[in-house]
Design a binder for this molecule. Structure first.
Ligand code: ADP
Ligand code: TRP
Length: 326
């Protein structure tokens, strides 16, 4: 049994990219592995600096995950900020990371390119992420393709730390599905909270239907076959098995197909698939105390694991000075 671990930022409404790229895989893993899953509110602080918003998003993300099937009785599920030991291990790791490594982080560079202010938190984000993984002994880390480099950095930090100070941390493996391309947003770019192109998992029927109807399509004439390398085709494929995908490709190749009809159908498909989760979500929103209690239990379990790794790391670097020769 492997320890599978991953986190998600509460930086906005969770969307289909998050679901297919990470959440659904995590939920599957919980059946046969030891799952550690958390909401990374310290990470979100690098971009959200609004007290109400951060708190609301954090609780919403936890409720969304539980509604989608994450079972806190089977897994260890917590909010990152409830186990502040990760900040201390971030500091320990910071001292073995070269600035050049952080300079090369594409996620950071992309954020700067989009005009985000470069605070130190954003810059050192990959070290906090490494800390999240190493402090809990994560072995397998399911993430979307965009996190691949962060995982490589984490491995690099674990190896360096172990070489310098002795074997303290497990070197984790990224789990990125080969077949899963990044889920496209309604504009055809990577679906991302920060690009304003998402289809949220939860939200009002009207709003979500509107998002589906706004998926960009080309202006190919109705009498011509349609391109399957499109956001509409890729999004619909996520809801279909292999046979269904083949049939969809045939429809795209057949003249007379109307994009509007396909979008409507895709919405119906989405709505039916997520309906039971929606009901569960309403239930959890009305039982907030239960959610908070489960998060507290999760934080207690995670904290115990963190303490063991942190004690070993502190000892390894020389912070335990009581037995020093003087
Ligand atoms: P966002 O880009 O919307 O802020 P996050 O960075 O919080 O999303 O990502 C949370 C998880 O969801 C990560 O594991 C990430 O790789 C995955 N993910 C995010 N967007 C996509 C996407 N468009 N396709 C596949 N996976 C994604
Ligand atoms: N950086 C990840 C993202 O934006 C979130 C994250 C933080 C994470 N800590 C983690 C993912 C540890 C996996 C493991 O999606």
């Amino acid at each position: 049994m492997k320890r599978v671990l991953s986190g998600i930022q509460p930086s906005g409404d969770l969307h289909l990219g998050n679901y297919f790229g990470m959440m659904s895989r995590m939920i599957k893993y919980q059946e046969e592995n030891e799952l550690f899953c958390f909401i990374v509110n310290y990470h979100a602080l690098t971009t959200i600096q609004d007290k109400e918003k951060l708190a609301t998003n954090t609780l919403n993300a936890a409720i969304d995950f539980m509604a989608l099937g994450l079972d806190p009785d089977k897994s260890t599920f917590w909010v990152q900020g409830d186990v502040p030991q990760v900040c201390e291990s971030t500091w320990l790791l910071s001292n073995i990371v070269n600035v050049g490594l952080l300079d090369r982080a594409t996620s950071y560079k992309n954020k700067l390119a989009r005009g985000m202010k470069a605070n130190v938190g954003l810059y050192s984000y990959p070290i906090l992420m490494a800390s999240d993984i190493l402090l809990f002994g994560g072995e397998i880390v399911p993430v979307g393709k965009d996190q691949k480099q962060h995982l490589e950095m984490t491995r690099d930090m674990a190896i360096r730390f172990n070489q310098k100070f002795g074997e303290v941390f497990i070197v984790p493996e990224a789990d990125i599905e080969n077949t899963t391309q990044l889920v496209p947003g309604i504009d055809g770019q990577k679906m991302s909270k920060s690009y304003g192109n998402t289809i949220p998992i939860f939200g009002s029927e009207k709003t979500i239907r509107k998002r589906f109807m706004s998926i960009v399509t080309d202006s190919t004439d109705i009498d011509l076959p349609k391109d399957t390398d499109s956001a509409l085709f890729h999004l619909y494929s996520l809801f279909l098995d292999e046979k269904g995908q083949k049939e969809l490709a045939e429809r795209f190749a057949t003249i007379g197909m109307r994009y509007g009809d396909v979008k409507q159908e895709l919405f119906d498909c989405f709505w039916m698939q997520f309906l039971p989760f929606r009901e569960k979500r309403d239930y959890l929103c009305n039982h907030k105390d239960h959610v908070l209690q489960k998060l507290k239990e999760g934080a207690d379990k995670a904290s115990a694991v963190a303490d063991t790794y942190l004690t070993n790391a502190r000892e390894a670097v020389g912070l335990h000075y009581g037995d020093a020769n003087v």
